[in-house]
Design a protein around this ligand. Sequence first.
Ligand code: GDP
Length: 479
Amino acid sequence: ESLTVAALAKKLHREPTEVVKKLFMVGVMATVNQELDKDTIELICEDYGVEVEEEILVDSTDLETYFDEEVEAGKMIERPAVVTIMGHVDHGKTTLLDSIRKTKVTAGEAGGITQHIGAYQIDNDGKKITFLDTPGHAAFTTMRARGAKVTDITILVVAADDGVMPQTVEAINHAKAAEVPIIIAVNKMDKQAANPDRVMQELTEHGLVSEAWGGDTIFVPVSALNGDGIDNLLEMIGLVSEVEELKADPTRRAMGTVIEAELDKGRGSVATLLVQDGTLRVGDPIVVGNTFGRVRAMVNDIGRRVKEAGPSTPVEITGLNDVPLAGDRFVVFEDEKTARSIGESRAQQALQAQRGEKTRVSLDNLFEQMKQGEMKDLNVIVKGDVQGSVEAVAASLLKIEVEGVNVKIIHTAVGAITESDITLAAASNAIVIGFNVRPDANAKRAADAEQVDVRLHRIIYKVIEEIESAMTGLLDPEF
Ligand code: GDP
């Protein structure tokens, strides 16, 4: 929760120097780029007769921090387990997901159209289980990398005729890293070549020892193709869920994670959300990652419109102002105004962070970037006063020989450096050389904003000397 003096000044529509003076008056010595804490910001705002809105103070903290109501143990009820299926390619993940879904669609839902929304829920003897239906650990880890923990149980599919393969091991490591319990589905048991003992043997080497052999890992022989053993597998999921004591409070505002999202031509932003706590309702003001809106419509995994969705339920929603990312968190807010203000400021901060992340090439950091192997070409734009000088500069630059990096002239022209030169440079990570020309006012502003390195010269050999020293790491830092 902080702002620099300059940023605060901008929000207050004042000159930064004025704010610095104001700060001085209240006993805070600060420079323009200094970060101010919340109290100081409030003090200054008060002085200007401005009320500090939450908007100003929102930072990019996890959305969860807006979901900090205290847990009331009495309201917690059991929630369905969320299960991910992982395993080596062709071992039967997709077939298993399909066959579970087919066998367990409840009678009343039979007429519904199966809809791919990224997850589905089944009813197993009155107990629900949610399956994420993007198999594989890539999706799992992408979500985890974004801070989302959605999976309660992993089903590791291992083909009995093939045994432990590289992606089996990867999947084990991903599940272990996430500390998610693993159930082994020994698949393709219908095959002649099925050898479940070998699977058990091989998994022992990865710390997964079957109960039959004195360990605590559940192994279930199945045939995803003909449905054998699926009931047993679901029963085991139920058992593990009980041990895990999965609970949630359906009376709270909802929170959870984006399973997938896309832009739909007709409906706009469409996102599948997994409700992890609370109950999500149509009309709820919501912040989803860096997007916000109101839940306009909700559709469940069989394509039915629903009005609410409780814990562990996947639903597809519309009504967001933009498309969030898989793994983004969502939180429902009391009122739309707060949701909007938090959503907007998150989007803005994300944009700024994104800009900050990209290190633009400059002659000062060129050598560093070369050393890190990030630079193969030094892209250059040359502007000059006459055609002859532009050509001469470009030709001399191309003659520079430094190991590991090439000069690449991406644009040359006669005339002052313009905003469009800067835009091109920014998009191509290039530097701009002005020979006997200067940037115009717009270009100057753009170069500052986009952090494009613009070098002005009057003598050719100075241009070459500067670029050469930058490439060899001998450039004196410029202040
Ligand atoms: P994934 O890559 O792990 O999703 O594997 P798939 O579900 O696409 O299955 C790969 C192949 O194995 C397909 O041709 C399936 O029909 C077949 N398969 C899957 N499960 C079984 C099974 O239990 N028995 C037999 N015989 N074949 C299976």
